[in-house]
Ligand binder design. Structure first.
Ligand code: PRP
Length: 208
């Protein structure tokens, strides 16, 4: 069985449709149930739904041979996995955002609220700016409104969350999209199957 970890939610469903089209079907997966693991013995695949930010953990530790994870997670946690393909879905960007009228005072340490501490630290190191990271787990957008931070580093997709909280992008850090990842030893044992899947997906990405 090829074990495949997919991110639970809309992106995961879209990605599953791509896998199915590439010949790795498991129709039970789309049944409306609370089940999390699905097998298709004939096709030799077992899928499971996991929290999007956990996919890379399953793959790195070999509980899954392959999975789909956002580039944000790969940059933040740097799991020891192969990154096989950019699926070109789940597209968004990592950006710095600030309240209207924000001006950076270079004489002060900049307070940055984020879920992505490493990405934020790497970015500000690259531009030579001293910062103080305030690590939060969600609702990052309210940090500057309440004076907890000066700016935020977060994912921007449609921009609606920023707009509705009177924030705007001041710097783009990196574009993000979903990536096909593989466990390193799983890849050695199942090279043929994984390459067949990767090539099928690559064609779909090119044709999209
Ligand atoms: C992300 C991000 C923003 C929002 C941006 O949160 O942290 O809050 O999406 O999307 P938008 O530009 O389309 O408004 P997500 O919904 O992933 O929830 P999370 O905070 O639990 O990660």
């Amino acid at each position: 069985m090829l074990n495949i970890a997919l991110p639970k939610g809309r992106l995961g469903e879209k990605v599953y449709a791509m896998f199915a089209k590439a010949g790795f079907e498991c129709p039970a997966l789309m049944e409306n149930s609370r089940k999390l693991i699905f097998d298709n013995e004939e096709a030799g695949v077992r899928y499971f739904w996991v929290k999007p930010s956990d996919v890379a953990i399953y793959v790195e530790r070999g509980a899954a041979d392959i999975g789909v994870a956002g580039k944000d997670i790969l940059l933040e946690y740097r799991p020891d996995v192969y990154e096989l393909l950019d699926l070109n879905v789940g597209k968004c960007r990592m950006a710095v955002a600030a309240p209207a009228g924000f001006q950076d005072d270079m004489n002060r340490t900049l307070r940055v609220a984020t879920k992505f501490s490493r990405i934020a630290r790497d970015y500000y190191t690259s531009v030579g700016r001293d910062i103080d990271i305030i690590h939060l787990n969600g609702s990052i957008e309210i940090a500057p409104i309440l004076g907890l931070s000066d700016v935020i580093v977060d994912i921007v997709e449609t921009g609606t969350t920023l707009r509705e909280n009177n924030l705007s992008v001041i710097e783009e850090i990196v574009p993000i999209s979903a990536r096909l990842i593989a466990n390193k030893s799983g890849f050695k044992f199942r090279t043929e199957q994984i390459e067949r899947l990767t090539e099928g997906l690559r064609k779909e990405v090119q044709e999209a």
